[in-house]
Design a protein around this ligand. Structure first.
Ligand code: GUN
Length: 297
């Protein structure tokens, strides 16, 4: 079997960001509307700081307004909720994202529930999760949305009847990914740490999405020949002697590429799609709040 096609998520995300920038240009010119995204970061988690910097940069590059709110690690839940209330009623902030994880004194569920569902560009509010679960359209979590775009780019728009396995049942990736694939008429299985025969489940899957957070867990002989393999894992190895750590996916890439039809690498696969989808969700939210259709490009 020939090597799998290596999916270039970076290029795909670049294309999507360009499309978003074109949509923003039309909204500005034709409707005097500049979509705006507010990002809230509490504390100094190093990975979160990198994400937030990059979200800010790409928001501005797409022609949108970016509002950054950096709060100290000791911020109380009440203070954070007050900030969110202000953003909920700010007409220039069409999207609100509270970067996770949050410090221990803050209850994540209470905070996410406070965000106006119409501005919930992460798609984490229970109202949007419920909409997705019941098959109606709301704001969809960015990483699964990016995965679905990649899958459709490879397999075409009609995914009816495909067998899909999602490994992982998080609220951020696994559950919304399964709901999206079900909405596309796939036969969906969700596997997790208690699944009895994970290799057997994987071997039946035409679409395999791995989102568990365990480096190189999915082996080559778990993969069905010709399957599309989407690796959401971002596992950092402990630093080596020079203090450098490497990023590894949930899939053993070297093995799986021998069997799969197409596969996303780590890094450079799913990762870049997440922010691109966040920008798209911000445009979607801005249009909905102004009773406009998203411009077709
Ligand atoms: N932390 C890591 N990924 C994400 C994300 O997609 N959204 C938010 N809000 N926090 C995160």
């Amino acid at each position: 079997m020939a090597d799998a096609k290596i999916i270039d998520g970076k290029a795909f995300a670049q294309g999507l960001r360009r499309r978003v920038a074109d949509q923003v240009k039309i909204l500005k010119e034709d409707h005097s509307l500049t979509p705006g995204l507010a990002v809230v970061l509490v504390g100094e988690d190093p990975a979160s700081q990198i994400y937030v910097r990059s979200k800010n940069k790409m928001t501005v590059e797409a022609g949108m307004k970016s509002f950054e709110h950096r709060l100290p690690a000791e911020t109380s839940q009440k203070e954070l909720l007050t900030l969110i209330e202000g953003l909920n009623s700010d007409p220039d902030a069409h999207g609100i994202l509270v970067q996770l994880p949050l410090p221990d004194q803050i209850d994540k569920q209470v905070v996410l529930a406070k965000i106006d569902p119409a501005k919930d560009v992460d798609g984490f509010h229970i109202f949007n999760a419920g909409k997705l679960a019941t098959g109606s359209s709301g704001l969809v979590p960015c990483t699964p949305l990016g995965c679905l775009m990649i899958i459709k780019e490879q397999l075409g728009d009609d995914l009816s009847g495909k067998r899909a396995l999602v490994i992982g049942r998080s609220n951020i990736v696994g559950k919304p990914m399964a709901a999206l694939l079900l909405r596309e008429h796939c036969t969906v299985t969700v596997a997790h740490s208690r699944t009895a025969d994970l290799p057997g489940e994987a071997q039946r899957a035409d679409i395999l999405v791995a989102a568990v957070g365990r480096a190189n867990m999915v082996k080559g002989d778990w993969v069905k020949e010709g399957a599309i393999v989407i690796d959401v894992g971002m596992n950092r190895s402990p630093p080596d002697a020079e203090g450098k750590s490497k990023l590894a996916g949930d899939v053993d890439f070297d093995e799986a590429r021998e069997v799969a039809g197409a596969i996303t690498p780590v890094p450079g696969g799913v990762g870049p799609m997440t922010i691109a989808c966040l920008l798209q969700n911000t445009v979607t939210a801005a249009c909905a709040q102004n009773e406009l259709d998203v411009p077709e490009i």
